[in-house]
Design a binder for this molecule. Sequence first.
Ligand SMILES: Cc1cc2nc3c(=O)[nH]c(=O)nc-3n(C[C@H](O)[C@H](O)[C@H](O)COP(=O)(O)O)c2cc1C
Length: 497
Amino acid sequence: MQHPVLIQGGMGVAVSNWKLAKTVSKSGHLGVISGTCIDSVIVRRLQEGDRDGDVRRAMSHFPRPEIAEEVISKYYIPDGIAPGRPYKMLPMFGPKDDLNRQLIATLAAFVEVYLAKEGHDGVVGINLLTKIQLPNLPTLYGAMLAGVDYVLMGAGIPREIPGAITAFVEHRAASLVIDEDGPRTDDPIISSFDPSIAFPADSFPAIAGHVKRPHFLPIISTHTLGQMLLKRSPGGISGFVVEGPVAGGHNAPPRDGKINEQGEPEYGPRDHADFAKIAALGLPFWIAGGQGTPADLPAARSLGAHGIQVGTLFAFSQESGVAPELRAKTLQSVLDGTVKVKTDGLASPTGFPFKVAELEGTLSQAGVYEARERVCDLGYLRVPARLESGKIIMRCSAEPVDEYTKKAGAVAETAGRKCLCNALFSVIGLGQRRRSGYEELPLMTSGDQLATMGPFLAEFGASYSAIDVVEYLTSECETPQVKETLSTDEAVGCSCS
Ligand SMILES: Cc1cc2nc3c(=O)[nH]c(=O)nc-3n(C[C@H](O)[C@H](O)[C@H](O)COP(=O)(O)O)c2cc1C
């Protein structure tokens, strides 16, 4: 099998949902669903009434039906939740593994991958964020149970994932050492997920030893990171996505650590990958960030890349999860020339820079975030920390300041931080409604490329399909690049180099 030349980048939270990934995958390229917070996405879709029955249909194929039934009985609202009523929440992940909670993440990833793969034989990937630590193993396993073809992982160094994939293929437990907020200790926190306990071989003979190994593509910004990962996991990596600082979502911090007066990181030459050195690693690679015109794919291939990964153009297609009004507002800002994308060095509690489109009615506007009551109730970006007593607590620098400082967090760490969890649910129209009447507002992330989307919109209009994006990006390749169906044995080559 040859790898696809075009990857539709994973975009959380559920911006790259199963509908987008399926459309791209059916066209012969790699459609990637986002695994970020996918369990909370699924339970909110159930509360919205699961109108077409997709979530429940996919759940009916989950090998442990009693888990699916329990989630449906707790969260499904047949007529949809009443307007303004708060969504019922899942319990947050904590430092101690809880198999029942983990299995909801497993179920949710299974559902999203199942739906993206349903009814065709194109290839589908899942995107996970290294920084969202505790749900990662059960989410990865759920995706593998549904036959995911690729796992893509950035926002951190996913050094333990190739070993975890091997363990899951062999129906063994996998473990991750969890990064703590504070110095390393001799007694690290370990998170594990054990398929042989969750799906015992004697009850699940069709699963034990029959789960397929997906390709693993770490998302890196420099060849040194690629080298380090390869040294650690020879054989465990199929290739790299090489992402530059203009890409949407989180960006790698600048190597010189410089931030300008507007709070934006200043990137220099050292922050741009050396593609000759990446090519010398000997694995296929895809260039991500600002790859948004028909000339980019041939140019990437002439640099030795196998292809490109694109986010921003897909993020505003009809199939993406972005709420229609927010999509229209964002594209209107491109058409009327008011569009502005900022790299916010502080917003993300991960400490990584985060790209933000500056749009009216969103949290990007001065004073709007400050009017929000700080709440941390999704908790995916919480990190364990140890109090002087030795007690392990979970904290997030975007939580209420007094709670954070009570947990020995430094007040300076809270400045400028934004609750990305709640903001990103609002982006997809599933924002929480508070009892106070406050409705969570969105923070739209986008690549710098948004500002240069004018020619694309002039050709395809402001209501375009992901297929338009695929056709546009591959239009300077000689071989036909859009297929309705694709067998995984069929090559999706490109003769555009
Ligand atoms: C709305 C949006 C959300 C994103 N979320 C993620 C994410 O959750 N994980 C990730 O690895 N990359 C994320 N990205 C980055 C994309 O996967 C992709 O690498 C990037 O957008 C490519 O650059 P471009 O935006 O210039 O096309 C996101 C990008 C966008 C636009």
